[in-house]
Design a protein around this ligand. Structure first.
Ligand SMILES: Nc1ncnc2c1ncn2[C@@H]1O[C@H](COP(=O)(O)OP(=O)(O)OP(=O)(O)O)[C@@H](O)[C@H]1O
Ligand SMILES: [Mg+2]
Length: 256
């Protein structure tokens, strides 16, 4: 079983204040871990540590017990802005990882077409990026991350720039893709309903210094996979109660 461990990590950028203090967090394959918390509490910093973009000031980040020293193909990242290359076609963007690892053209094309089908973009392989909508670009970003067959998929507000309806459709897609891929997902969002709908576990962070103040186990995504509709889930009594509990935790309100 694959295991990404953030172990008693603290973080300071240069001479600045302490951004994270004593954070420990585990992610295993097959889990969908969602991080929420107010702006500036250190969510992106935590994801950057897990990705290996920044080293912890103290503590360590390890995969299967071995400390990481930088980014790796086992941990794919999806950013809020799609970060695609406009001079490459849709298929070439998706197969960028395979290209960098020296895989030939025909095989790259096959990988790209497979991944595009998984995210619902079959037939668009030869489109230039500038002829795709925002939601389609975000799917290309997801397909590109999946093309590397990562053990862990790290996503920083991947749906943040989308309109409400596209966002809901993408949430359903993420649940499906997560279930099919078996990857361990770490996703950051500002959407409380989004967190509840996607996660198997939610951690709430608070600022100064950034730390984890609450953990909730959730099973709404499993209900979705078992066939219950998103509408029925989001209007259910359990969902509404959890939403209030989560809002209380984020804004440190006393529970009524
Ligand atoms: N590269 C950096 N250099 C210096 N300080 C940074 C850097 N990146 C983030 N910070 C600071 O670290 C703190 C946490 O930032 P971070 O981006 O992790 O928060 P966040 O929870 O992701 O916020 P948001 O919800 O607004 O995206 C902030 O005070 C921010 O100004
Ligand atoms: Mg952020």
């Amino acid at each position: 079983m694959a295991h990404l461990a953030i172990e008693s990590v603290s973080l300071r950028y240069d001479d600045g204040p302490q951004v994270l203090g004593g954070v420990s967090l585990d992610l295993r394959d097959g889990e969908f871990l969602v991080v929420v918390g107010r702006s500036g509490c250190g969510k992106t910093s935590l994801l950057n540590l897990a990705a290996g973009f920044v080293p912890p000031t103290t503590g360590r980040v390890a995969v299967n017990g071995v400390a990481i020293t930088g980014p790796g193909a086992d941990r794919a990242v999806v950013f809020q802005d799609d970060a695609l290359f406009p001079w490459l076609s849709t298929a070439e963007n998706v197969a960028l990882g395979p290209r960098l690892s020296g895989i030939g053209k025909a095989e790259r094309r096959r990988i790209a077409e497979n991944q595009l089908a998984i995210v619902g973009l079959e037939g668009l392989a030869d489109r230039p990026i500038w002829r795709l909508s925002g939601g389609q670009r975000q799917r290309v970003g997801l397909a590109r991350a999946l093309a590397a067959r990562p053990t862990f998929l790290l996503m920083d507000e991947p749906l943040g720039a989308l309109d409400a309806m596209t966002r809901e459709a993408m949430q359903e897609l993420l649940v499906e893709v997560w279930a099919k891929s078996g990857a361990g997902v770490l996703l950051i969002t500002h959407g409380v309903e989004e967190a509840l709908f996607l996660a198997t576990r939610i951690v709430v962070m608070a600022p100064n210094p950034g730390r984890i103040v609450k953990t909730l186990n959730v099973d709404f995504s499993r209900r979705r996979l078992a066939g219950e509709s998103a509408r029925s889930i989001k209007s259910s009594r359990d969902f509404v109660a959890m939403r209030e509990a989560l809002l209380d935790a984020i804004f440190e309100r006393e529970a009524a």
